[in-house]
Design a protein around this ligand. Structure first.
Ligand code: OKP
Ligand code: ZN
Length: 337
């Protein structure tokens, strides 16, 4: 196993978010990764830092492929002095360059949970760089499980619409890169539907996408993640969603995971990317599944049985008391050091 992490993640530290007009404390905070790293160090996992450096040309090319280039150019150049929230959401579907640069956040950001802070680009591009580094590592060492622990997360960042604490789709960076060598499957086990990843690969068959999550009829991202979303054009038949009711237990989750993996296996991908969110845990403050810490080992054991070269990327998980134990339980399921 090889674990990369982003030591500079703390530069992105949102203070609050808005839910239904109310200001509430932010959930996607530096303490999440600090707790994970504390537990992994305690368990003597070797950890490789990926430092913040100017974004590499290869990463920029990958980002411009998976996201609208207008978005990447804008987020790279805007230098907000304070937390930037959209004032007007552009729902027209057409990016408009006119107006004050800060107003243009409304072209891309879809909610009030995802402020753009002065150092958001630094942190988000470093996480994307770490995931790209992990994907390269996996391509050279396919027998090794490669893990990237960093933040902010990415699976809600779509081609040109971002949100849900996500700015750059880290898993999609890896999927796009690896798809140039062989076909890729993305399995998203975060509590929330991976709508950004689905969006980016919706019309493609060389990257198949599959998400197990809370039914969007009651939970974020609300407008995507339904069972009947199967892909379009060349991607028709290459996306699967498994929406679930509240209160899902280990015993109820396991057969759903097996169905998802059976579908992935039937497509014979050369690489597997796991979008790992541990907000499915029973103690998560913003979610309502009932998975136990011990179950994450079983989840990983079930995934590893596929025998596909695997990259694990951190997404959500908001119970800072147990997030480290949950991630460590998952990694222990691979039986690799
Ligand atoms: C990001 B990831 C509660 C509302 C928060 C946004 C959830 C974003 C989840 N204050 N809704 O998938 O874990
Ligand atoms: Zn989540």
């Amino acid at each position: 196993m090889h674990i990369f992490y982003t030591p500079d993640h703390g530069r992105h530290a949102p203070q609050f978010e808005f839910f239904n007009g109310e200001q509430v404390p932010a959930s996607e905070i530096p303490m999440r990764l600090e707790q994970i790293l504390r537990v992994l160090r305690r368990e003597n996992y070797p950890l490789t830092p990926v430092q913040n450096t100017p974004v590499s040309l290869v990463l920029l090319d990958l980002l411009n492929t998976i996201h609208a280039p207008e978005y990447i150019t804008w987020i790279q150049n805007i230098q907000p002095e304070n937390a930037l929230y959209p004032s007007v959401f552009n729902a027209s579907g057409t990016v408009r360059q006119s107006g004050h640069p800060s107003i243009q956040w409304g072209n891309f950001c879809s909610d009030l949970f995802t402020p753009l802070l002065p150092d958001t680009w630094a942190a988000a591009s470093t996480m994307a760089q770490a995931v790209y580094t992990g994907a390269e590592r996996l391509r050279e060492n396919p027998q090794e499980i490669v893990v990237v622990m960093g933040r902010p997360p990415g699976h809600h960042a779509g081609r040109s619409q971002v949100g849900g604490y996500c700015y750059l789709n880290n898993a999609a960076v890896a999927a796009e890169f690896l798809s140039r060598t062989g076909s890729v499957a993305v399995l998203d086990v975060d509590y929330h539907h991976g709508n950004g990843t689905q969006d980016i690969f919706y019309d493609r068959s060389d990257v198949i996408t599959c998400s197990i999550h809370a039914d969007p009829v009651r939970k974020f991202p609300y407008f995507a993640g339904f069972e009947d979303e199967r892909g379009i054009e060349a991607g028709d038949g290459y996306n699967r969603n498994f929406p679930l009711p509240p209160g899902v237990t280990d015993e109820q989750y396991q057969p759903v995971l097996e169905s998802a993996l059976k579908w992935i296996h039937s497509n014979n991908p050369q690489y597997l990317i796991v979008s790992l969110g541990v907000d499915t845990h029973e103690s998560d403050p913003i979610a309502d599944f009932q998975l136990s810490t011990a179950y994450y080992s079983q989840m990983a054991q079930t995934i590893v049985q596929l025998g596909i070269p695997t990259l694990v990327v951190l997404e959500g998980g908001y119970s800072t008391d147990v997030i480290g134990d949950n991630v460590a339980s998952f990694l222990a399921g691979f039986n690799q050091r």
